[in-house]
Design a protein around this ligand. Sequence first.
Ligand code: B12
Length: 313
Amino acid sequence: MSVDDEVLSIEEASVVLGRHYMTVYRYVKRRALEAIQVEGQWQILRSDLDKFVISQSARREKAQHSSDSRRTTDYHIELHRCLVDSDATGAFEVLRSAIDSGAGMEEVYLDILSPVLAQIGASWARGEIDISVEHRATAVATRLVGQLSQRCVRRGRHRGNVLIGGPAGERHSLALAMLGDLLRLHGWDVSDLGADTPANSFVHAASSIKNLVAVGVSVTSDESLASATELLSSLRRAIGDELPVLVGGSAIRDADHARSLGADHFAQGARGFIDFLDSLKTTPPSSTKDPSAKPEGGPKKAPKKKPKDGDAD
Ligand code: B12
């Protein structure tokens, strides 16, 4: 206790805490809040009351955190059940209740839907579920993303165009659909070519879209690594080295792997792509209505020629 420590009664402490007198009295009785009795009256030191406030808020934060992770686990369990049962309505309800409880679209896609899909993919790879179950689950997930896409439209400033797509032979288009939505959420106009795009079509799009700030090649399956390499070299030949071309997706291990395929940038997941785009010095188009408006500053220089470890990771 310091000499000038204030002494408070239970009534005064209850005013400071915004709690009922009896509630504070119970804190004192169970020794959660330090107090001493002087001539039958409880006295609470201001410094003890401050300590109590800090410990209460730490406990609340901890409880909140564990209930958040418990909720996420519950969503995973329920969504998994709905996807394998092909219950599209139930699956949508799970995601809607997550949104109603405050989850943002980034969380819904990356922390709820994606891990459940990965779990289903792993069960298939271990031979625990039939491929038909995975296909059914994917069909439901595709419908979910279609329904949720409209929540990823961001009004206001348009930051520039981003072109994404998968190389020939790549069939994982759902990853691109979610990626595109998340980039839109951050103000980018996204042209999604979808999976399995022939190199010449990819090149055509990259050469004709105005105000393009970056190109993202998505590779999920090891089977399409070779065609990704071909695509990256065609893109480089056609568009030069002014425009950053990234490669990403779950088949790309790291920046070295990306470099070995011929990409000049690598980003880890959708969040890495968002960070990468944020790091570019782009000039927003003068008109927000016309996404094909010419950029004021012309095409952007790639920030670096070669991918580096941790490049926008
Ligand atoms: C759904 C699915 C399918 C569907 C795809 C339907 C569709 N329209 O997309 C179907 C049934 C068609 C399919 C087919 C196959 N699949 Co599959 N599939 C999956 C599954 C279950 C989910 C994929 C998914 O959408 N995930 C959700 C997305 C959002 O997550 P994501 O892929 O990580 O994408 C994120 C990031 O990587 C990032 N990102 C994506 N692209 C880019 C690009 C850039 C530039 C950046 C920066 C970031 C970025 O952003 C996304 C959002 O965060 C996965 C399991 C898993 N672990 O993911 C297997 C999985 C990907 N499939 C696999 C396999 C083996 C196949 C098949 C070869 C099976 C077969 N023998 O037929 C085939 C064909 C593959 C081919 N040639 O493309 C393997 C891949 C293994 C590998 N590394 O090669 C997996 C991992 C399953 C497993 N555990 O073995 N599949």
